[in-house]
Design a protein around this ligand. Structure first.
Ligand code: C5P
Ligand code: C5P
Ligand code: ZN
Length: 475
């Protein structure tokens, strides 16, 4: 039995199809989840002795699927996308262009195919219980189980990458992976590649100098520390903890367990005394996922930092770099990824500044901003999600963001909250229907979705989306 029993039959069917293939074209999505999916699939195929090539796409549409068909591989494996375009894929299957195998977690289109592995088909939530990398991991485990002795591995070591994919897709609920994701965490722990722990829940524990870790932390705002360099430094200086080693600031990973406890409890106390509500301050401590085989003090050691590193490659047309890192390159590709990460961080922070400066427009149910060419279309969704936490933006209203794709097309990204989804919000349906109403297309998850629409249709799109959200939340 695999890690997610509900998916066993589908995983076995997909594995069988792949084993029968002469050569496989593996196509995946350009984000952290898509890259880790590709790395898991590629490793699983290689270990099973299946010849394959890997390629990445920003978005699957009819033209992209036709391109894949033209490459004349008998079998195409789609990871972290494919379900949303199942109708187009099934048409190619019927035409005899290729045999599709899909491991995905997006809302499926109206069509069926035999080798389709998607948590939503078995009542498992694709936005919080299993990611694309998780679905691909289930497939890789089935490939190993179907092994007739060619390879030694059971592919459990790939659980670490699956967790990086899930964390990269923001699947953690209140900081913790749940549902089918948990089974993967457990397999990773058994295989000795992963450790779940409780720790300070701030981004940058592996790599940031201590004052920067506190100053830049936006998860919970602490007056006098967040965005306050001097404040962060003097807070630390008041603690009985050595702050420097050989002239450099120490990082969180450099502290002993006792020192960590000292800093964490002082931080919590400071938050409370400065008026942060207790239930918010508690979020300073949370669940972390450590990749135990990676070097401490590198981005790769922490699932969250690893996933950001990957987004920094693939969303800038360097998926090859991120894939190489996932596959084990710790030299040239890793160096390159780190340089890309510095650029990505700068872009996110400038993007957020753009939103703060220009503000958002409020409709009755949704709010939106048009970034034009100020924010890359490949990261505008990440910025939209981050914007839900800033001043002047309603944290509890769906947000839509436009970015220019090219002269003819505009990219739309949308983000919601768990509470809104609980009330009926389904952004996947909103993006799909509103975009098709103006001549575009889209889809995704209930809590996060996207679309491409013809340039100039932004206003009509907002009106369509607002009406659809009204129906979902009031209906
Ligand atoms: O295409 P894919 O599924 O990999 O992309 C998921 C996107 O949805 C990510 O950008 C992720 O940040 C976003 N998301 C989110 N909150 C969730 C689930 C997903 O913002 N709870
Ligand atoms: O691009 P963005 O990060 O906003 O995408 C959010 C989610 O919507 C992702 O899961 C992505 O795969 C999906 N999406 C989609 N169709 C589009 C654009 C985005 O299914 N045209
Ligand atoms: Zn995904």
């Amino acid at each position: 039995m695999g890690p997610v029993p509900e998916l066993d039959a589908r995983a076995a069917a997909c594995a069988r199809r792949l084993r029968e293939a002469d050569a496989v074209l593996l196509a995946s999505h350009i984000d952290a989840d898509g890259l880790t999916s590709a790395a898991i699939a590629s490793t699983g195929l290689a270990r099973a002795g299946i010849t394959h090539e890997v390629c990445f796409k920003k978005q699957l549409d009819d033209a992209e699927i036709a391109d894949l068909a033209a490459r004349e591989f008998g079998t195409v494996l789609f990871t972290d996308f494919g379900s949303g375009q199942l109708d187009a894929i099934a048409a190619h299957e019927d035409a005899g262009d290729f045999e599709p195998v899909i491991a995905d977690h997006h809302q499926p289109a109206e069509a069926t195919t035999e080798s389709h592995l998607n948590p939503l088909l078995e009542g498992i939530d694709g936005a919080s219980e299993l990611s694309g990398a998780g679905a691909t991991y289930v497939l890789a485990r089935a490939l190993a189980a179907a092994d007739d002795g060619e390879s030694e591995s059971d592919n459990r070591d790939l659980a670490a990458l699956a967790v990086v994919g899930a964390v990269g897709d923001m699947q953690a609920v209140d900081g913790k992976l749940v549902g089918a994701n948990r089974a993967i965490v457990e397999e990773g722990a058994e295989a000795g590649v992963l450790k779940e722990g409780t720790d300070l829940a701030l981004y940058g524990k592996q790599t940031r100098p201590l004052p920067k870790l506190l100053e830049y932390a936006s998860e919970v705002r602490i007056p006098g520390i967040t965005n306050d360099e001097q404040g962060a430094v003097s807070f630390l200086q008041d603690l009985p903890v050595e702050l420097q080693a050989s002239g450099d600031w120490r990082r969180w990973v450099d502290l002993s367990d006792e020192e960590k406890r000292t800093v964490a409890s002082a931080l919590l106390q400071r938050a409370i005394t400065r008026g942060v509500p207790a239930n918010k301050a508690e979020r300073l401590v949370g669940t972390t996922y450590t990749l135990t085989r990676e070097q401490p003090g590198t981005e790769l050691r922490d699932a969250s930092e690893f996933s950001t590193l990957l987004n920094a490659t693939a969303r800038y047309e360097r998926a090859d770099v991120g894939l190489a890192v996932c596959l084990g390159d710790r030299e040239a590709a890793f160096d390159r990824a780190r340089r890309l990460l510095a650029n990505h961080r700068r872009n996110l922070s400038e993007g957020l500044e753009t939103v703060k400066r220009a503000g958002v427009e409020r409709e009755e149910y949704v709010q939106w901003f048009d970034a034009g060419e100020e924010i890359r279309e490949t990261i505008v969704g990440i910025v939209a999600g981050m914007a839900l936490g800033v001043d002047g933006v309603d944290p509890d209203r769906p947000i839509l963001a436009f970015a220019r794709k090219n002269d003819e097309e505009t990219k739309v990204s949308s983000r919601g909250t768990g509470r809104l989804v609980g009330q009926g919000l389904d952004l996947s349906a909103v993006m799909g229907e509103a975009s098709r109403a103006v001549g575009g297309d889209g889809g995704g998850h209930d809590i996060a979705a996207g679309a491409t629409i013809p340039a100039g249709e932004e206003e009509s799109f907002v009106a369509e989306a607002d009406a659809l959200v009204a129906e979902q939340l009031e209906g």
